[in-house]
Write a protein that binds this ligand. Structure first.
Ligand code: GDP
Ligand code: IMO
Ligand code: MG
Length: 423
C-alpha cells in the first residue's frame, strides 16, 4: 500500500496546505484529487507566505513530483497566475509538475454561470467562491465538459465555441444582470491555454499505477472539507466534488485497497466561509476573538470566516466517512486566553438529543449541547517540545483523542512550517 490521504474534516481551511508541505519530505509524489481554484492552501516558511489554489502543496520541495489529478477542475488563467507567482523559486515545472489530461477545464462562461446562479438564488445563495466550480462539474457529469487533453487536438476550439454558446443561452435564461466582456475574458483565457499546453499533460492514472508498482510513496492532498462534500456535506451548502476519502479513488485512479493512512485534519475550533448551517457558530465576543487571533479570512476570496466551538458530532461523522487513521489538530494557539473551552458533544433538536448529524441540519432547530473544559493562558506559538504544553492544553488534546477514538499525531501551534509538533 503506497498511498496516504490527507483531507479536511470540517468546512475547509483546516490547514491542509501547511501540513502537506510539512509531510512532503516523506513522500515522492503529492497528488491533488478534487476541487479547483475554490481552494486556497496557505504555506509559510522562511518568512514567506504562499497561497496555492490548483498546484499541490508539495511544490516547494526539491524532490517531490506534484500531480494535478483527473478529479480536479482547472482554470487556466488562475493556474498561470499561480505559476507566475512561483517564478522567484526557480522550480523546474517540466520535471516537478504533472497535469492529468482527464482534468476538466473551467471556461470563462462557467464563471459567469456561477455568478448568475448565485445572483438568482438571492438570500439562499451558496456563498460560492464564484470560480465556476459548480457549472464545470455539472458539465463534467452532464458529459459536455472540455478536458485538459482536448486542448491538444487541432479543432478543440470548435468544441469550445459550441459549449460557450450553450452557456450564453443558459445565461440568458437567468433573470439577472451579470456584467461581462467575453472578448476580454477569452483573450486571457486563450493566452493561458496556450501556456498550459506547454506543461506536462499526462495519463495520470497510468503514471500513478507505475509509481505504486515501483514502491513510490504517494500523498493525496484533499481540498475543501468533508462537510462540503457533495454527498455527505451540509447539502445544498456544499461544493460540487467528493471531498471525502472516496474522492481520492475517483480523482486519481487509486484503488481503495492501495490506501494506507487517512490523515484527518481539523482546527481546535470550527470555521465556515460562505452560507449554510453551522450549529456551533458564535455571534459573541468569543467568536470575534477566534476570528481576530486566528486571522480567519478566506485565502481565496478574503471573506471573513464564521467561527465557533469545535463540533464533535460532526467530527465523529467525518472520521467515520473517511476512515481516518490519524488526526492532526491545528490552531490550538488561537484558543490561548479563553477562560473555558467549549466542546459540542450532542445536538438538542425537536426530536430530542441527537449524537449524529440529522438529515438536514439547516432546517432542524438545533441547539448544540456543550461540555466545558478549563482553558489555558500561555502562548503556545513558541513551544517546540510537547512536554512544555500547558497542562490544560494537554488535557484538551487527550479529551478530544478519547472522544474521537483516534490518535492525534500532529499538533500545530502557528502558521509556520516549524510550528508543528509530532506526537
Ligand atoms: P487549507 O485550505 O486547509 O490549506 O487552509 P488555509 O490555508 O485556507 O487556512 C489555514 C490558515 O491558518 C492559513 O492562514 C494558515 O497559515 C494558518 N494556520 C495553519 N496552521 C496554523 C496554526 O496552527 N496556527 C495558526 N495560528 N495559524 C495556522
Ligand atoms: P480549501 O481547500 C473553505 C465553500 C464556499 C461555499 C461552498 C461552495 O481552501 O479548504 P464553490 O466555490 O466550491 O462552489 O463554493 O464551499 N468553499 C470553501 N470553503 N475552504 C475551501 O477550500 C472552500 N472551497 C469552497 O465558501 O460556501
Ligand atoms: Mg483554504
Amino acid at each position: 500500500m503506497a498511498v496516504d490521504l490527507l483531507l479536511g474534516l470540517q468546512w475547509g481551511d483546516e490547514g491542509k496546505g501547511k501540513i502537506v508541505d510539512v509531510l512532503t519530505s516523506s513522500y515522492d509524489i503529492i497528488a491533488r484529487f478534487q476541487g479547483g481554484p475554490n481552494a486556497g492552501h496557505t504555506l509559510e516558511f522562511e518568512g514567506n507566505k504562499h497561497v496555492l489554489h490548483t498546484i499541490p502543496s508539495g511544490i516547494f520541495h526539491p524532490k517531490a513530483t506534484n500531480l494535478i489529478g483527473n478529479g480536479v477542475v482547472i482554470d487556466p488563467v488562475i493556474f498561470m497566475k499561480e505559476i507566475e507567482n512561483l517564478a522567484p523559486y526557480d522550480i523546474d515545472f517540466n520535471t516537478k509538475l504533472l497535469i492529468s489530461k482527464k482534468a476538466h477545464l473551467i471556461l470563462p462562461t462557467h464563471r459567469l454561470l456561477d455568478a448568475a446562479s448565485e445572483a438568482a438564488k438571492g438570500k439562499a445563495k451558496i456563498g460560492s467562491t464564484l470560480k465556476g466550480i459548480g457549472p464545470t462539474y455539472m458539465d463534467k457529469t452532464g458529459r459536455n465538459g472540455i478536458r485538459v487533453g482536448d486542448i491538444l487536438a487541432p479543432n478543440w476550439e470548435d468544441k469550445y465555441r459550441r459549449l460557450t454558446q450553450k452557456h450564453l443561452d443558459m445565461l440568458n435564461s437567468y433573470n439577472v444582470e451579470i456584467e461581462y466582456d467575453l472578448k476580454d475574458l477569452e483573450t486571457t483565457f486563450f493566452r493561458s491555454v496556450e501556456a498550459l499546453r506547454k506543461f506536462k499533460l499526462v495519463d495520470s492514472e497510468q503514471y500513478l499505477m507505475k509509481a505504486q508498482k515501483s514502491g513510490k510513496k504517494i500523498l493525496a492532498e484533499g481540498a475543501q472539507g468533508s462537510l462540503l462534500d457533495i454527498d455527505f456535506g451540509t447539502y445544498p451548502f456544499v461544493t460540487s466534488s467528493t471531498t471525502t476519502a472516496a474522492g481520492a479513488c475517483t480523482g486519481l485512479g487509486v484503488a481503495p485497497n492501495q490506501i494506507k493512512d487517512v490523515f484527518g485534519i481539523f482546527k481546535a475550533y470550527a470555521t465556515r466561509v460562505g452560507s449554510g448551517p453551522f450549529p456551533t457558530e458564535l455571534f459573541d465576543d468569543d467568536g470575534a476573538k477566534m476570528a481576530k487571533i486566528g486571522n480567519e479570512f478566506g485565502a481565496t476570496t478574503g471573506r471573513a470566516r464564521r467561527c465557533g466551538w469545535i463540533d464533535l458530532v460532526a467530527l465523529k461523522y467525518c472520521i467515520q466517512i473517511n476512515g481516518v487513521t490519524q488526526l492532526m489538530m491545528m490552531k490550538g494557539d488561537v484558543l490561548s486566553g479563553f477562560e473555558t473551552i467549549k466542546v459540542c458533544t450532542a445536538y438538542q433538536t425537536d426530536q430530542g438529543v441527537m449524537e449524529y448529524l440529522p438529515y438536514d441540519i439547516a432546517s432542524e432547530n438545533i441547539k448544540p449541547l456543550y461540555e466545558e473544559l478549563p482553558g489555558w493562558k500561555e502562548d503556545l506559538t513558541q513551544i517546540t517540545d510537547l512536554d512544555d504544553f500547558p497542562v490544560n492544553f494537554k488535557n484538551y488534546i487527550t479529551y478530544l483523542e478519547n472522544a474521537l477514538e483516534t490518535p492525534i499525531k500532529i499538533v500545530s501551534v502557528g502558521p509556520d512550517r516549524k510550528q508543528t509538533l509530532f506526537r
